[in-house]
Write a protein that binds this ligand. Structure first.
Ligand code: KG4
Length: 342
């Protein structure tokens, strides 16, 4: 039986990425990051679209070269259709359509969030078999999303809880900004928290029904606490930076884990996966391992390169959709908004 070889294209935000996967095994994963946004404290959509235009062809060439695959060997092209920045998505979508049309092979549209979940199934080699079993729960936490997803099969997932305002990564970034840390602030908080006391300061946790999250209240109470304390002592932030970081980090992690535990009990599921850029956070990872011991969970945390935006997760999702004959018409268009079912 011949292999199924999928080219994945990701361009939903500020990373241009291409990946080749053969029978679920990773052959290449190439990403061009965009340094152009560094001075703006966040991604500038217009600049992101332009940079995607510059990067997409060289990135795809490099992914094919590293995989040692000819374009005529490809069985299908998978691309991120949404959610994301529309201008960025249009670059990847248009490229994928043109390439699939030229090669006369099927086109597969991929939901970026489904792809974050299915990143767990990327195999690094043939013996890489320790993967979640269905059904499982996935906590997807990134700069734009905080969701608990019930994963019934590769192509059947339901968002059972999500943030009603800010995402967890956004909360980290906004709190970091208030403390004068560079963007994105999440990794800085993580680094500084390592030598801080997580119990030094307490913040109100939101009371939100079901499995939903809210982080905007936490951000506001953090802001007010710092404002009041710096009135008393102008050096409060610098003198307590590590403790402040450890305390806010532990509060965010507690909020995330409490809802995940509730979902695990209610749905009677103990296979629990983590996905998205915030999964790099060391306290969150530790909480996953602690809960694994305490509540007999089996936890899955993907390698770092598959937690941030990458095309390998798009290619693996394309692989499973290909097996299910789920293809996309040439007149489909990208979407920017999050959907509840994928
Ligand atoms: O998934 P991702 O790469 O892209 C977006 O959805 O934007 O996630 C980026 C987010 C940012 O908010 C960043 O601050 C956060 O992930 N992040 C972290 C850490 N590493 C990245 N947050 C906390 N601790 C970290 N170590």
């Amino acid at each position: 039986m011949s292999s199924i070889i999928i080219l994945g294209i990701e361009s939903s935000c500020d990373d241009t990425s291409a990946s080749v996967i053969s029978d679920g095994i990773l052959l290449s994963n190439v990403t061009a990051n965009q340094s152009v946004h560094a001075n703006f404290g966040g991604v500038v959509p217009e600049l992101a679209s332009r940079a995607h235009q510059q990067n997409i062809i060289p990135v795809v060439h490099e992914a094919l070269r590293l995989a040692n695959v000819q374009k005529t060997d490809l069985n299908a092209i998978a691309f991120t259709r949404g959610p994301g920045l529309l201008g960025s998505l249009m670059v990847g979508t248009s490229f994928a359509k043109g390439f699939a049309q030229a090669l006369n092979i099927p086109l597969i549209d991929v939901n970026h969030l489904q792809a974050h979940v299915l990143a767990h199934f990327i195999k690094l080699d043939i013996s890489d078999l320790d993967k979640p079993e269905f059904p499982f729960l996935c906590l997807l936490v990134s700069g734009g999303n905080s969701q608990i997803i019930l994963v019934r099969s590769y192509n059947e997932m339901e968002v059972i809880g999500q943030t009603i305002d800010d995402a967890a990564g956004e909360a980290f970034d906004k709190c970091a900004k208030v403390m004068g840390l560079p963007y994105p602030g999440g990794p800085h908080i993580d680094r500084l928290a390592k030598t801080g006391n997580p119990k030094a300061f307490t913040f109100n946790k939101p009371q939100i029904p079901e499995y939903n999250y809210s982080f905007s209240g936490l951000k506001t109470s953090f802001l007010y606490m710092l404002r009041d304390k710096t009135k008393e002592n102008p050096n409060f932030i610098t003198e307590n930076l590590n403790d402040i970081c450890a305390s806010i980090q532990s509060t965010v992690v507690d909020i995330l884990m409490n809802k995940l535990k509730k979902a695990s009990i209610d749905f009677k599921i103990n296979q629990i996966a983590l996905a998205g850029g915030v999964s790099a956070n060391s306290a969150l990872r530790q909480a996953f391992y602690d809960y694994e011991k305490k509540y007999s969970w089996k936890v899955f945390i993907p390698p770092f390169e598959f937690t941030t935006d990458n095309a390998a997760m798009i290619a693996i999702t394309g692989h499973f959709k290909y097996l299910d004959n789920q293809f996309c018409k040439m007149n489909e268009v990208p979407y920017s908004r999050v959907t509840n079912q994928f």
